[in-house]
Design a binder for this molecule. Structure first.
Ligand code: AQP
Length: 334
């Protein structure tokens, strides 16, 4: 059976981009005839500095976010990366398969390292090899992600292909990135040319999954727009990044295509469309925020869910790591 894997970093507040680009789609996969594995990637988070208390809190809150968004820990395997040691063990082997030149081309490294790349952690540079290990330690066939992860998934295929070629085996599968839907790239509410992200210093740029109804409505009312009315077809949104972003968000929240939305709202001014979007966002997001708060009242239960998830995960990862060791010529782990 096909196996789906994806992850999110516990590196700060979850936002609407993470929800529409990742979480909501993870939930959709759960109702298909596939096995689903979802991961809090704390080892990825520490590639940049994380305060230990904040990391612990964010990891548990992310787990609450997964469950509140609709991930059922009975149906899906829900794990925290560092609790399944095979991820890091396979990553080391992949560090020895991947080439420096491949890593140097990664745009996310360039963006996150900034001008002073000499001062970035070695882990930030090796990030995509760990990501390849996360996916391939499950022999995952499908990886739903937002558009920003496309290049890393191509690298995952390159690593699998080079490993298979170097060792003369057909062991790691060629994983398919699944980048689909109306919101594979949700943009900042303040600037339509920037991705909505956890690290944007402006809180008004994003809708956090912990925002209450008032905060959600206020941020949408204040979102940047242009003065024109909405067009009646998607191509009328070309060159209008802020307008396109709000229509994309509406479509994704309401499980519609952009054209379906524009059939209904084409011709309306933002003064009329923004309250519609605010109502929709509050209706969809506020219950998730409330449920996250409720789950966070019992962190011991969250920890139990993650321990159980890691036990289930290791039934898959442990045999794949043993086989990898055997292929590489290393004595199997105990
Ligand atoms: N704006 C976005 N639109 C659509 N999808 C998005 N994702 C992130 N931002 C958007 C998707 O969410 C998943 C998890 O992302 P991550 O935890 O790796 O975090 P990130 O991409 O680093 O998220 P941020 O918010 O952009 O964090 P910072 O600011 O720290 O870089 C992925 O599937 C991603 O595509």
């Amino acid at each position: 059976t096909p196996r789906v894997f994806s992850g999110i970093q516990p590196s700060g507040d979850l936002h609407l981009g993470n929800y529409l680009g990742a979480l909501k789609r993870f939930v959709d996969w759960q109702s298909k005839d596939v096995e689903t594995v979802y991961c809090m990637v704390d080892l990825h988070a520490i590639t940049v500095w994380q305060d230990p208390k904040d990391l612990m809190h964010s990891t548990r809150e992310l787990c609450a976010g997964f469950i509140a968004a609709g991930i059922d820990p009975e149906k899906s395997i829900l794990i925290n990366q560092s609790q399944v040691p095979e991820h890091a063990q396979l990553a080391w082997i992949f560090n020895c398969v991947a080439r420096m030149g491949w890593m140097q081309r990664m745009t996310q490294f360039k963006d996150k390292a900034g001008k002073n790349a000499q001062n970035a952690s070695l882990g930030l540079f090796a990030y995509p090899a760990l990501m390849a290990a996360d996916i391939l330690i499950y022999h995952a066939t499908h990886v739903p992600v937002g558009e920003d992860q496309k290049q890393h998934l191509e690298l995952t295929r390159d690593i699998a292909a080079k490993f298979n070629h170097d060792y003369g085996v057909d062991f790691f599968p060629m994983t398919e990135p699944v980048i689909e839907g109306a919101a594979t790239r949700v943009m900042s509410l303040r600037d339509g040319s920037k991705k909505m992200s956890k690290s944007d210093p402006s809180d008004a740029s994003r809708i956090n999954m912990t925002d209450d109804a008032d905060a959600i409505a206020k941020k949408i009312r204040k979102a940047k727009t242009d003065p024109d009315a909405l067009p009646s077809e998607a191509k009328g949104l070309d060159e209008r990044p802020e307008a396109r972003n709000l229509v994309n968000i509406y479509a994704a929240l309401n499980d519609q295509t952009v054209d379906q939305v524009l059939t209904d709202v084409g011709g309306k001014q933002f003064g009329e469309f923004k309250p519609m979007l605010a109502d929709l966002a509050v209706a969809k997001m506020a219950p998730i925020s409330t449920e996250m708060g409720r789950l966070m009242n019992d962190t011991a239960e969250i920890d139990r869910i993650l321990t159980r998830g890691s036990e289930r995960a290791r039934e898959i990862t442990s045999p794949i790591l043993r086989k990898t060791y055997d292929i590489v010529g290393m004595i199997p782990p105990v």
